[in-house]
Ligand binder design. Structure first.
Ligand code: NOJ
Length: 526
């Protein structure tokens, strides 16, 4: 079986993972120094957020050169060594591909600016003499004007001009970029904004418009989303990947609600996997979660693709905080909504066991394994996310889930590096450092290490089927072959646990009963 059908994949937000050169920004050297930690955590692969040359207007999702590594992260040679070192640690490497837009510093855009209206260079982007009513996903208009009066489209920041995917140069260039990184040994690509590359011809106005703070998903049938022609791009790319054997993988960032439309991206000749945002967004509610799980498995079964289970990433409010809120469903970053973090951590521990026990692959966003909460009280002047600026501060943006990791020690920067950290860490994170948690068998980190090991080595979870057990309202219970059960208690009271030998529990069982907001894995037969 191919590895990606049931892999545990760790997301490395490089700027905030570990700093090797003391400039306060995470980098490849820092990541390399912590590969042992990731191997011992028990994950199978890393997804590394963009490390390409970039002005960093959007944390590296504004790429100026897709074949170079940004100096703040290291060099191309270091990236090549990192890939090899990760492989020696038994870790595959997935890099981030950003095909919807470039940076405004990319040579093509600079050429387009110089060449002027009507020039072939402008045809690689969406230049027009007027605008339509589209809004940027980061807030504000999706159009900016250049000196000669023309406008260009940017679905995100004005520094991220959208590429024109009808242009043959764009198609050829990205196939060449795929090969460039495949030739350097990467095991796959995470595809940014995968449903929006192709726009409806003529760029017609939208019917539904958001105002102020954008939500995460608009309707599926907007003129800049889920156009049927996008599938041809992925069929072409799959052919390129296929030349490198069956072990290279695509994972799509696809915010498409409709399960049938979503599944189309996962047909056997397109992408292998996609993030499960329906699961990420779901409230801590047994009925809602069960419905999402059923729908996920049914949808993926239609195309033979493995599901993925995702709780957090670098764009959303950390789930410890979300699960500590009265309304724990996620639609947008609701800053300032109170959260009971102790409750959030209990639920996050249970959710980790749920996500790792379900059929398919699982993602861990850096810091999930430490139980980190969202950070809200960052000084405005240090916030870097363009969302903050473009919404006039209405949405504080995503910096609060990107605060550098606490590794060791009693004071910030907690061994993140020797030169501070680009965003300040809360002093109370001294309780949450990796070093401290390693010494505590009851910590979130110890739970992740145990669960990931059991998932891989003992219970052989991952791909395959599952059957729901009847455990009453508010309880999610299912079994998997051979002889495994997972029970998650989402009621307010402790419950009896079905017969079996406990393998991992997110909270201590008292008198054989499972507390509220806890989960347990059981060996039910030999
Ligand atoms: C999705 C990425 O995850 C996010 O961080 C980025 O800002 C946008 N795409 C635009 O590239």
């Amino acid at each position: 079986m191919t590895w990606w059908r049931d892999a545990a994949i760790y997301q490395v937000y490089l700027r905030s993972f570990a700093d090797g050169n003391g400039d306060g920004v995470g980098d490849i050297a820092g990541l390399e120094s912590r590969l042992g930690y990731l191997r011992d955590l028990g994950v199978d692969a890393l997804w590394i957020n963009p490390w390409y040359a970039s002005p960093m207007a959007d944390g590296g999702y504004d790429v100026a050169d897709y074949r170079a590594v940004d100096p703040s992260f290291g060099t191309l040679g270091e990236a090549e060594r990192l890939i090899a070192a990760a492989h020696r640690h038994g870790l595959r490497v997935i890099v981030d591909l950003v095909p919807n837009h470039t940076s405004d510093q990319h040579p093509w855009f600079q050429e387009a600016l110089r060449a002027g209206r009507g020039s072939p260079a402008r045809e690689r982007f969406h230049f027009r003499d007027g605008t339509n009513n589209w809004q940027s996903r980061f807030g504000g208009p999706a159009w900016s004007q250049v000196d000669d009066g023309q406008w260009y489209l940017h679905l995100f920041d004005s520094s991220q001009p959208d590429l024109n995917w009808d242009h043959p140069d764009v198609r050829a260039e990205f196939e060449s970029i795929l090969r460039f990184w495949l030739d350097r040994g990467v095991d796959g690509f995470r595809i940014d904004v995968a449903a929006r590359l192709v726009k409806q011809v003529g760029l017609p106005d939208k019917r539904g418009l958001f105002e102020g703070v954008p939500t995460f998903e608009d309707a599926d049938d907007e003129p800049d989303k889920d156009r049927p022609e996008v599938h041809g791009i992925y069929r072409d790319w799959r052919r390129v990947l296929g030349e490198y054997g069956p072990d290279r993988v695509f994972v799509g960032e696809i915010w498409v609600r409709d399960p049938e439309r979503f599944a189309k991206y996962l047909r056997p000749d397109e992408l292998h996997t996609a993030f499960n945002f329906a699961f990420l967004k779901c409230a801590w509610d047994a009925g809602a979660l069960r419905a999402v799980i059923d729908r996920t498995l049914a949808t993926h079964a239609t195309v033979g693709a493995p599901a993925t289970w995702v709780l957090s990433n670098h764009d959303v409010t950390r789930h410890v905080t979300r699960y500590g809120r009265k309304d724990s469903a996620f639609m947008k970053r609701e800053h300032g909504v109170p959260a009971d973090l102790a409750l959030g951590v209990r639920r996050a521990r249970a959710a980790a066991l749920l996500s790792m026990a379900l059929p398919g692959g699982v993602y861990v966003y850096q810091g999930d394994e430490l139980g980190l909460p969202e950070v809200f009280d960052l000084p405005d002047e240090l916030r870097e996310d363009p969302v903050f600026r473009r919404t006039g501060g209405l949405d504080l943006g995503r910096d609060g889930c990107r605060v550098p990791l606490p590794w060791d020690g009693e004071e910030p920067p907690f061994a993140f590096g020797t030169g501070g950290s680009w965003l300040p860490q809360p002093p109370e994170w001294r309780e949450l450092t990796a070093a401290r948690q390693l010494g505590d068998p009851d910590s979130v980190l110890s739970l992740y290490r145990l669960a990931l090991r059991v998932r891989r080595d003992e219970a052989a979870l991952g791909d395959g089927g599952m059957r729901w057990l009847d455990a009453g309202p508010g309880v999610l219970a299912f079994e998997r072959d051979p002889g495994f059960a997972c029970v998650v208690n989402l009621t307010d009271e402790d419950i009896a646990v079905p017969e079996g030998e406990p393998l991992v529990a997110s909270a201590p069982l008292a008198g054989g009963r499972l507390p509220a907001d806890a989960a347990v894995w059981l060996r039910t037969a030999s």
